[in-house]
Design a protein around this ligand. Structure first.
Ligand SMILES: [Zn+2]
Length: 168
């Protein structure tokens, strides 16, 4: 099994090989932390953690929506230009944070689901019981994956139960 340092090095190189294109406004993905996070906690716990995290973002997005509606309900006529500007600014900020949280929710969920679909041993069907041997860049020459998923490193894993190896 490769050392922690080697795993980090491979991940770093995989990360450096990625070409940033139109991803500027996408939320940061856990790409090269992925192997480390799964390796440290085990896949099942990692998956549960991602579900919890994504739903916290969803709750936050919902709170922003409520705030936005409350601001709109406040309505006019406004006594001063300053008050109108303040409410306009607050609604813009609430809207922006809400959108960002919604996007984050879908990104995390998409990542977790994608990895979950590949975490079953092809031989003994043990779910999420594997160790990561090493990682590499994910090939997506035909561009079939979303930018978020194309960013994820490819994991080379071994089943803890029957020692079958596969990539996910
Ligand atoms: Zn197995």
């Amino acid at each position: 099994m490769p050392s922690e340092a080697r795993l980090a090095d491979v991940s770093r190189r995989a990360h450096a090989a990625r070409v940033p294109t139109t991803r500027r406004f996408l939320p940061p993905t856990p790409s090269n932390d992925l192997a480390r996070a799964i390796g440290a906690r085990g896949f099942r716990k990692w998956y549960e953690g991602r579900l919890v995290e994504s739903h916290l973002y969803l709750v936050l997005a919902f709170l922003c929506l409520i705030l936005l509606v409350a601001i709109i309900e406040q309505g006019g006529p406004y006594n001063s230009f300053g008050a109108a500007l303040l409410l306009l600014g607050a609604s813009a900020i609430a809207g922006w944070i809400g959108l960002w949280c919604t996007r984050r929710y879908f990104t995390i969920l998409e990542t977790a689901q994608f990895m979950s679909d590949r975490s079953e041993c092809p031989h003994c069907q043990a779910y999420g019981r594997f160790e990561i041997l090493y990682t590499g860049p994910r090939e997506d020459a035909e561009g079939q994956l979303s930018p978020t998923l194309a960013d994820l490193p490819l994991l080379f894993v071994r089943c803890r139960k029957c020692e079958t190896r596969w990539t996910m």
